[in-house]
Structure formats: C-alpha cells, structure tokens
Ligand binder design. Structure first.
Ligand code: HXC
Length: 258
C-alpha cells in the first residue's frame, strides 16, 4: 500500500513506520492518522512481522495534532464528528508489541500517541510536553490520563499546566521512556530492541502485552488472575515446549512462527 504521510520499511520480522510530514514537524492530521491505523493493522495481521517500531524524524516524533487543520473546528465538527476518536486509537487495538522511537519534539497529541506505544526509546534530543493549554484546549487523546499514570500526578500536573517541555534525561527519570540513546543511534537501537522482541514467540509477546495493559484497567487480584490464565495457557503452546526444551538442551530457542 502507498502512504502519503508515512514511510514504511521492514527489516526481517520488524516493521518500521515513520511519521512523515517534515514541513509541519509531523503534526498529526486526519490523513496521517488514517494511514497510521491502516499500516498498523496491516502489520498486526502479517504473520511475518513480530514487532513494530513507530518513529518520526530526527526533528520531531510529532509536534502535536495539526493546529492548522483544527483551528476553525466547531463543536459540531468535533463531538458529532468524533474528532480524535474516529482515527487516533487504532494503535490501542494492535496486539503485537509497538516500540516508539522518539527524537526531537514529542508534544501534545504526539506525546499522547507515544504513550499509546508499549514502550519508548528516546534519543537524547527528545523533548516531551503537553502544551495544549497554550493553544486553549485540553489534551484529547489521553494526556490527562496516561501521563499521571506514567509519571505521577505532580510531574503530570506540572507539564500539563505549565506546558513546559522535559528533556530525554528527565523523561527517563520519570519513567516516561525506558531508555535514552545518542540521537544518531536511535533507529539502530530501536531496531535492535524490536529484533529481540520479534525473535520471541509472538503468541507469548501478545499475551504479555495484553496482561500488562490489563494492569491499568483492573484491580491487582483480578489482574494477577488474568495473568495466571495466560501462564497456564502457555503450557498449551508450542512456544513453551520449544523454550523449555531448548533451555534444557543448552541450545538457543527457535520461536520462528510460534
Ligand atoms: C501544525 C505545526 C505544528 C502543529 C509545528 N508546526 N507544530 N503545524 N500543527 N502542532 C509547523 C509550524 O507551523 C511551522 O510551519 C513548522 O511546523 C515548523 O515549526 P516552527 O514553529 O517554525 O519550528 P520551531 O520554531 O523549531 O518550533 C518547534 C515547536 C513549535 C516548538 C514544535 O512548532 C510548536 O510549539 N508547535 C506547536 C506545539 C503544540 O502546541 N502542540 C500541541 C498542539 S494541540 P511553517 O509553515 O510556519 O513553516 C494538540 C492537541 C491534541 O496536540 C489533542 C488531541 C490529540
């Protein structure tokens, strides 16, 4: 499929989707979000892909929702038109792991999209923020919900109310990103991490992703019960047979196709 606002590559079992509106700092508009949903769904359904990397450019992961596109919206355009809801959340239904690779500006809707990835690797050039308040709106894609759950109430309120940006080191300290790497190594490191993930059993990776996400939706007791079902079910998979027999035979496991 051809995309106007995305660049797509595959490297073995890893798919790389890059947001690509360089003239607008990758501001997220309807076309890009429609395309992103389609690309994610395409790779989620592709048995040859085990992990997806979502990245932007060196300058910007994404500087937010497209302000030029939404500036003249009315309430009728947004609520009945289901702005954001109509095409931003396909990523939440992707069952394979999605690693966000963030360089440069990651602001507003860009930061909200990044927080919908399973984990983030940041370049040391990355800058995160929720500056919606400066353009007279609240976040609309989970910024007031995922940010406090990720970095805590105090930091989240600080970012959301002052619109200040944090650098990659502060993002790592607060738990927003899992690793920080030199900017010129970002894609290499993200690909290396994704290649490791994609070498595991996709069935087990999906179960782990689903179980971790469950932790944010339920109580501890129910969450552990949910996890236990997956753990028990794993014993019905070829992945468990291969993984454990490989360990006992002192050979590397081969989860290809499992
Ligand atoms: C549309 C944008 C944009 C955006 C940047 N551009 N961000 N266009 N929507 N969110 C465009 C600029 O208009 C400019 O276009 C070009 O990209 C380069 O940006 P500059 O401002 O010239 O670059 P710089 O001075 O380096 O500043 C970079 C920046 C700044 C700090 C990222 O552009 C900025 O503050 N952008 C807006 C960030 C923001 O408020 N994001 C939240 C949006 S609201 P031209 O044509 O002039 O060259 C939001 C709501 C989400 O995201 C709610 C639901 C998801």
């Amino acid at each position: 499929m051809q995309y106007a606002d995305l660049l797509i590559e595959t490297h073995g079992r890893v798919a790389v989707i890059r947001l690509n509106r360089p003239k607008a700092m990758n501001a997220l508009n309807d076309n890009m979000m429609n395309e992103l949903g389609a690309a994610l769904q395409q790779f989620d359904a592709d048995a040859n892909i085990g992990c997806i990397v979502l990245a932007g450019s060196e300058k910007a992961f994404a500087a937010g929702a497209d302000i030029a596109a939404m500036a003249n919206y009315t309430y009728a355009d947004t609520y009945p038109g289901n702005y954001i809801g109509r095409n931003w959340e396909h990523i939440l239904n992707i069952r394979k792991p999605v690693i966000g690779a963030v360089a440069g500006f990651c602001l507003g809707g860009g930061c909200e999209l990044a927080m919908m990835c399973d984990f983030l690797i940041a370049a040391d050039s990355a800058r995160f923020g929720q500056p919606e308040i400066k353009v007279g709106v609240t976040p609309g894609a989970g910024g007031t919900q995922r940010l406090p759950r990720t970095i805590g109430k105090a930091k989240a309120m600080d970012l959301l109310l002052t619109a200040r940006m944090i650098d990659a080191a502060e993002a790592e300290r607060t738990g927003l990103v899992s690793r920080v790497v030199p900017a010129d190594k970002l894609m290499e490191e993200a690909l290396a991490a994704a290649t490791v993930v994609a070498s595991m059993s996709v069935t087990v990776a999906m179960a782990i992703k689903d179980s971790v996400n469950r932790a944010f939706e339920t109580t501890l007791t129910e969450g552990v019960r949910y996890e236990r079902r997956y753990f028990h079910a794993a014993f019905g998979t070829p992945a468990q047979k291969e993984g454990m027999s490989a360990f006992l035979a002192k050979r590397p496991a081969n989860f290809d196709g499992l």
